[in-house]
Design a protein around this ligand. Structure first.
Ligand code: MRU
Length: 346
């Protein structure tokens, strides 16, 4: 299994290693990230991406900041500013700030303790993903029927988007392992093509049958009865179950509601933001015009035209059939509110 993010222990220059996801699938290039500036650049360019992988980047970023502070003679304020800059490098996925904050809480105990906490985030994420994958597969087979299923998914939620295994992707993998997955429709995921470049690459490696479709096809694929369910990951799930994920996700949810088939959100509990009441409060990242107005470096729009490029959308909880975390499956349209009250678990 490919590792999106790893800590490399080296005598003189311990650092973070990332697979550069902007170069996949044509090239497998690794980035050796030795400074906070390089890490922030990698996060903002989406060389490392996906909420759980960003959680690990936030955690390892604190360890990296401590090393850089010692090397460069930073004072405490400069170190705090560096950690905050990592935490705020992208606004929507709650995991990034969560990971940085969790590890920064051990900063006073020194480098070894902060690094141990960052490793704990990675270990826990893999365990959570494996557990939620089993729970999600069980729920789907119980709800739809114990037979090979056809799915649609959006964006990339596999090992590349996490520290290992995957979330929505993990459920698909689990169904495949059980002989209960017939076919996956993969939305290409404009404008940065996480579906066609990354999810298809992972599905191919795992030998899972799939077709890549343009994002605009997805709602019709659902309404024509070509799939039995949709499953996506999440960047932030608020206390009432509203879910931010890659732009285009809400179209799948609306179509599933109309078609009467399950729309499932899968995420580790670290993606649940108990402190934010509803999706209206989520900051949606807006990215540069060039991502929309050019394709493969070639302009595809009228010169001078502007773009609207929100990277995420919010699916209201009442059209989500199930939210699956490692703690269990909750059905937002019927469960008591708030779904995720502070400290309550599920
Ligand atoms: O902009 P990205 O590629 O970081 O967006 C990623 C997504 O929207 C994923 O679906 C989400 O983070 C879940 S990853 C398990």
């Amino acid at each position: 299994m490919v590792r999106a993010i790893e800590w490399i222990d080296a005598a003189a220059d311990s650092h973070i290693r990332l697979i550069d996801q902007t170069r996949l699938p044509s090239e497998e290039v690794y980035l050796e990230v030795t400074s906070i500036d390089l890490l922030i650049d990698a996060i903002q360019r989406l060389a490392v991406r996906g909420a759980p992988a960003l959680g690990a980047a936030g955690g390892y970023g604190v360890a990296l900041a401590l090393l850089e502070a010692e090397r460069e003679g930073w004072d405490a304020d400069r170190l705090t500013a560096a950690i905050d800059a990592v935490a705020n490098a992208r606004p929507t996925a709650v995991n990034l700030a969560w990971g940085a904050k969790r590890v920064a809480g051990f900063r006073a105990e020194g480098f070894a303790r902060t690094l141990a906490e960052a490793h704990a985030i990675a270990t826990e994420d893999e365990a959570a993903n494996r557990e939620l994958s089993r729970l999600g597969a069980d729920w789907l087979l119980a709800r739809i029927g114990d037979r090979p299923l056809r799915a649609v998914t959006h964006c990339n939620t596999g090992a590349l988007a996490t520290t290992a295994w995957g979330t929505a992707y993990g459920i698909l993998h689990e169904l495949h392992t059980r002989g209960k997955l017939e076919l996956v429709y993969v939305d290409e995921t404009r404008p940065l093509l996480q579906g066609s470049r990354l999810t298809s690459w992972e599905l191919h490696q795992d030998g899972i049958p799939h077709l890549v479709e343009v994002d605009g096809a997805a709602s019709s694929t659902i309404l024509r009865g070509l799939v039995d369910f949709a499953v996506i990951g999440a960047d932030r799930i608020t206390a009432n179950g509203d879910t931010a994920n890659k732009v285009g996700s809400v179209a799948l949810a609306l179509a599933c509601a109309r078609a009467g088939i399950p729309f499932v959100v899968a995420a580790p509990y670290s993606t649940v933001d108990e402190d934010t009441a509803t999706g209206e409060e989520i900051e949606i990242e807006e990215r540069g015009d060039e991502e929309v107005l050019a394709f493969g470096g070639v302009s595809v729009a009228t010169p001078g035209v502007r773009a609207f490029n929100p990277a995420f959308d919010v699916t209201p909880h009442d059209i989500i059939s199930a939210i699956v975390t490692e703690r269990g499956v909750t059905e937002p349209s019927v469960a008591a509110q708030p779904l995720f009250a502070a400290g309550s678990g599920q």
